[in-house]
Design a protein. Structure first.
Length: 375
């Protein structure tokens, strides 16, 4: 009887933990998207300079990574083997490492720039649809670069997503061509980012926090000439905002949320599974879009609702199909190894390279491999 009660209590505690982690992921991710939308568009509270806002968030992330690394050093000197900050090594900016990940940093700058331009110009309810072609680019680049095969089930899922993108765009009352094209470009850069991240991770000993630090530091430097040439007149026009506590409060909160999304994403994957994490992300995107119709007053049409449903449905099916195929290839690889063959191993590596797991990258965090603005 005692054992039964103990198991029931453990199950209840585990359920409560999972619910709290998923809730935190939803809260941080949705709040980040909505806050960034305000920072990108509200001229009374913020400066309409998306590059400057993005640059500040990169600076904030760089500084926070450095601070966490110093706190981690303090914990290690005290002999603590566990603790949140022990996962952060001491952060040092090395020019050799910075040059080696330079291509990733260029892709990262393109990714976050187009992501925030998309968020600036499109309705929040259309934001997920505008950026929905990431998995299409994932599959295309996997085929073009990694020479992976594409199953009929995968193609069916991609057709659903592409149809959702087209229907949703056609149903937008306040359609923005610039915002939509920015969403498409953001999707392409997200896919490229996943490829180059895997390529350069060995340069930083596979440490995601070091990569985050160096990549964001590179981005800080790369954004400066863009801001100088494209947004300096806007910044001078709104110079009074630099003395607004409300503006800086929003900026600091957005930076904190951008950093936090990386943590809660990892927590959710650890508490559940990559598949459940993707399902949670899809459900969160649906809630985020529906809430936008009420909170932001975005006009809803039949086409826009159908577009959202097709995109989220196709994305969910793609996640399931991709993970199912990866599991099959993993098992086939194991069987081949026992029998002396090895042909399936390469296929598994190719598929796994772009396996769809909503990471800080897809959720909008300012992780070195992430997208700011939300998913």
């Amino acid at each position: 009887m005692t054992i039964g009660l103990s198991k029931a209590a453990q199950h209840a505690a585990n359920t409560k933990h999972i619910a709290s982690v998923v809730g935190a992921y939803w809260l941080v991710s949705i709040s980040m998207v909505y806050l960034n939308k305000v920072l990108m568009t509200n001229t009374e509270l913020s400066i309409p300079a998306p590059l400057f806002v993005t640059w500040f968030q990169c600076v904030f992330t760089t500084g926070l990574c450095y601070l966490c690394g110093e706190l981690g050093e303090v914990q290690r000197r005290k002999g603590k083997a566990t603790g949140y900050f022990t996962q952060f090594p001491a952060m040092r900016y090395n020019w050799t490492v910075a040059r080696k990940i330079g291509v990733l940093s260029l892709v990262f700058v393109g990714m976050v720039t187009f992501n925030n331009l998309c968020l600036k110009y499109v309705e929040v309810s259309f934001y997920n649809v505008a950026r929905s072609l990431t998995i299409v680019f994932n599959v295309f680049l996997s085929f073009a670069i990694l020479r992976t095969t594409v199953s009929g089930s995968t193609l069916a899922c991609l057709i659903l997503v592409f149809m959702g993108f087209g229907v949703g765009a056609g149903g937008e009352v306040n359609f923005s061509l610039i915002g939509t094209l920015s969403g498409v470009c953001s999707s392409l850069f997200v896919s490229l980012n996943s490829i180059y991240t895997k390529k350069v991770l060995p340069v930083v000993n596979d440490n995601q926090w070091v990569l985050t630090f160096v990549n964001n530091m590179n981005a800080c430097l790369l954004f400066l000439p863009l801001i100088l040439f494209l947004e300096l007149p806007t910044l001078l026009e709104h110079w009074s905002k630099f003395f607004s506590p409300l503006f800086w409060g929003g900026m600091f909160l957005s930076g904190l949320l951008g950093f936090a999304i990386g943590t809660v994403t990892v927590m959710q994957i650890k508490a559940t599974s990559p598949l459940t994490h993707n399902i949670s992300g899809t459900a969160k995107a649906a809630v985020q879009s529906i809430l936008a119709f009420y909170l932001w007053g975005n006009p809803a049409t039949t086409k826009s609702l159908v577009g959202i449903a097709l995109v989220l449905g196709g994305s969910s099916c793609y996640t399931y199909v991709a993970m199912r195929d990866a599991e099959r290839k993993r098992r086939a690889s194991g069987l081949s190894a026992v029998g002396g063959g090895g042909g399936a191993g390469g296929g598994m590596a190719g598929t796994g390279a772009l396996l769809p797991v909503k990471s800080p990258a897809g959720a909008g965090g300012m992780m070195g491999v992430g997208v700011k603005g939300g998913a």
